[in-house]
Design a protein around this ligand. Structure first.
Ligand code: NAP
Length: 680
């Protein structure tokens, strides 16, 4: 089969035979990949002219809905991808991480996009910055989608997840993507990509695919494009230094190789849950995807006194791992992705062996179930022991991207931190300890050199997601050797594809540009109480001013009786006098919020369905008996829930006293029906 690329709206074949892609177990050729002759400049132009405008026409919520629809569709067809995935050397469990893990990343982004981003095209970042005395000139950071293409270059080890975890934030941001999978396993990526296209869910131009080399694509990048790279540090370095990338300051995110550590706490001992959990995790990390995970544990850092016991336990557990044809249910570990990959890992292993002892596995042929060691890219899970960790060099610099891990002994926690940090920047680290103080010391010591740290003990082990699993909610990436980039991390990942612009001007200008009312901007007279207006006719800026209400001692007494809050500052004049902030009895803050609702609420049945919360509540000035309060309520932001029949409306709310001084500020959050009189 000759893999095709999808470029500028058409499937196209590269010229020539291209690279032969083989089944990792049998060595059979299953596809050829070539993108030679592909017009990379035309692909970028297509993304900019067609995909970008099509995506930017949509709001964040509409794009989130597309992601959800794609995730659902892929989920329905996922059984078609598992058989293909076996060819990459993945067992069913490995494929689950890749395929289901990728689909669930889309689901998470769809959900986060709907809950955490506005139903508009502009993301308002942070609050208004006051830049002038009287408030006529303010600043606000706004984020809008870049108008170029997202170029996604993926590694071979996660052909599905790798594509989807990069696509989700880019598409949510409104930026079209050009996906370039690693050749070795691109037949699986192509299969899933084809389904995305055939589903017809994404607008024209939103995604393109290159199965093969990228040609001269980098020479056509501009400041509106983003490169997101996953692969080796050497390739990242070359691409980062491409003259066009540097000349045009093209955004470049890299996730590269990484030496990740797991530390067993000094409190762990034979029989303690943490030691057992540690052993299980190290074995899992060595064998899942045959150790071809950028986050896999390469250094198992253990207390010197426990090294012998840990090695014995690891050796015993590794002896039970069945290696062979990943299609067989009993097989726990398949081959690495290709013979060339095995050669590469073996070369690195030889370097590590210079300063370590092989305590399990090694470069010899492993015992296999249902497979031929001559044809497939098999390796034995290999455990090394470095007695003199301080003098070790290779263990801190050589990544054998396969089922290889080194046990490294440490003297004390400071030493353990130092040994982990010598990786020069890692994607993930883990700590196994039941001692929270030790955990805190290790976490803070590791943090400057790690993108993610997971602490496992007996209390969370059952629910822990494990050392090696990047999650869409959390940042994936790491400093230094790990590439210096960040992906995912929820909405943080979307920001890579948005331009943040500091906009300065009058509150009216900021309100008009952002679609969000800010204080100082024009207040509109809605003609009726704004609670009588259905979602569609409510305007940003529609304002209600309440009448005044005097706060009395009786109010305070009755609120205390009702709520049970009898704090001295409300109830006891003499003690309240001693309070340096109040100098006498004051009303409960929560009474003020309740009284404010009494002042602004429009009671009869109507379009406002519910109040679902309050944001950013601040009590600015105490209210004393005899003070008179009033409320201003202004429609600040609207977000329609597609298909739900209602939208969310955020109201800027200010309580002031008889002198016009601010007493409390907050946002009231409501759900407002699209209909004037909603159905029962
Ligand atoms: P690689 O050789 O650097 O390849 C990575 C990607 O870059 C592939 O898609 C490759 O395409 C492409 N590429 C290579 N040269 C290129 C060029 N001149 N222009 C544009 N694209 C180019 O890495 P690998 O050996 O496949 O992957 C293994 C490495 O990736 C390991 O070191 C591992 O630690 C790292 N990794 C990191 C992460 C992470 O999230 N940090 C995840 C997985 C893997 P071709 O296949 O067509 O050459």
């Amino acid at each position: 089969m000759q893999l095709q690329s999808y470029a500028a709206g058409r499937w196209r074949s590269g010229t020539g035979d291209g690279a032969a892609l083989r089944d990792a177990t049998t060595g059979e050729v299953i596809a050829h990949a070539s993108a030679a002759g592909l017009d990379a400049a035309a692909m970028l132009a297509w993304a900019r002219a067609v995909g970008g405008p099509n995506l930017r026409r949509l709001t964040f919520h509409e794009r989130a809905a597309l992601l959800k629809a794609v995730a659902r569709d892929l989920s329905e067809h996922k059984d078609e991808y598992y058989p293909v995935s076996f060819a990459t050397g993945a067992t069913r469990g490995d494929s689950w991480i890749d395929i289901d893990g990728g689909i669930s990343t889309l689901f998470v982004y769809a959900s986060k996009g709907t809950r955490e981003l506005p139903n508009s095209a502009v993301y308002v970042d942070g609050s208004v910055e006051a830049l002038s005395k009287t408030g006529t000139f303010v600043g606000q950071h706004l984020c809008v989608p870049l108008e170029g293409a997202a170029v996604h270059i993926n590694a071979f080890n996660f052909p599905v997840w790798g594509m989807l975890e990069k696509l989700a934030p880019a598409l949510l941001a409104g930026v079209p993507a050009i996906v370039k999978p690693a050749k070795q396993t691109s037949y699986l990526t192509e299969r899933v990509f084809r389904r995305i296209l055939e589903s017809g869910i994404l607008p024209e131009g939103a995604v393109q695919l290159i199965c093969g080399g990228v040609g001269d694509l980098f020479a056509h990048l501009t400041c509106q494009d983003v490169v997101s790279f996953t692969g080796s540090a050497a390739t990242a370095l070359g691409l980062r230094q491409h003259p066009t990338v540097t000349a045009n300051s093209v955004r470049f995110t890299a996730e590269t190789d990484s030496l990740n550590s797991s530390i067993l706490g000094p409190d762990a001992h034979p029989g303690s849950p943490e030691l057992d959990l540690f052993v299980r995790e190290v074995v899992r990390e060595m064998t899942v995807k045959a150790g071809q995970k950028c986050t896999a544990i390469r250094k198992a850092i253990v207390p010197q006194a426990r090294a012998g016991e840990v090695i014995d336990a690891l050796r015993a557990a590794l002896a039970k791992v069945v290696v062979g044809d990943p299609r067989l249910e009993q097989v726990r570990m398949g081959p690495v992705a290709s013979l060339s990959q095995r050669r590469e890992v073996t070369e690195q292993l030889v370097k590590l062996e210079q300063e370590t002892e092989v305590v399990a596995g090694g470069t010899g042929k492993p015992q296999l179930l249902g497979a031929d060691a001559e044809r497939g890219a098999f390796m034995a899970p290999t455990l090394l022991y470095c007695r003199d960790a301080a003098r070790g060099r290779a263990i801190h610099s050589v990544e054998a991207f396969g089922p290889v891990c080194t046990v490294v002994p440490y003297r004390d926690t400071g030493d353990a931190i130092e040994l982990a940090r010598r990786g020069g920047g890692s994607l993930a680290g883990s700590v196994f300890t039941a001692d929270d103080a030790v955990a805190a010391q290790l976490v803070l010591g590791l943090a400057p050199f790690h993108g993610r740290i997971v602490v496992v003990n007996r209390h969370c082990a059952k629910e822990s997601t494990g050392h090696g699993s990047p999650l869409p909610h959390l940042v994936h990436g790491g400093p230094g050797r790990a590439g210096g980039g960040e992906e995912m991390g929820g909405i943080r990942g979307v920001m890579h594809y948005l331009q943040r612009t500091a906009v300065q001007g009058t509150p009216d200008v900021i309100t008009a540009a952002s679609g969000r009312w800010i204080r100082g901007a024009r207040e509109l007279d809605p003609g009726v109480h704004p609670f009588r207006k259905p979602f569609g006719s409510l305007k940003i800026g529609d304002t209600f001013h309440s009448p005044e209400r005097e706060v009395t001692v009786d109010d305070i007494e009755r609120f205390a009786a009702l709520s049970g809050d009898r704090f001295y500052a409300h109830m006891n004049e003499a003690e309240a006098q001693r309070n340096p902030l109040f100098g006498g009895r004051v009303a409960h803050g929560y009474f003020l919020v309740s009284a404010a609702a009494g002042l602004f609420v429009d009671a009869p049945y109507g379009p406002v369905l519910a109040n679902y919360g309050i944001d950013s509540l601040r009590f600015v000035k105490p209210v004393k008996p005899g003070d008179r309060i009033r409320v201003r309520l202004t429609a600040k932001e609207k977000s329609l829930r597609a298909g739900a029949g209602y939208g969310e409306v955020r109201w800027d709310t200010a309580i002031t006293n008889q002198n016009g001084e601010a007493v409390a500020n907050y946002d009231v959050l409501t759900m407002v029906s699209e209909k004037a009189i909603p159905d029962a």
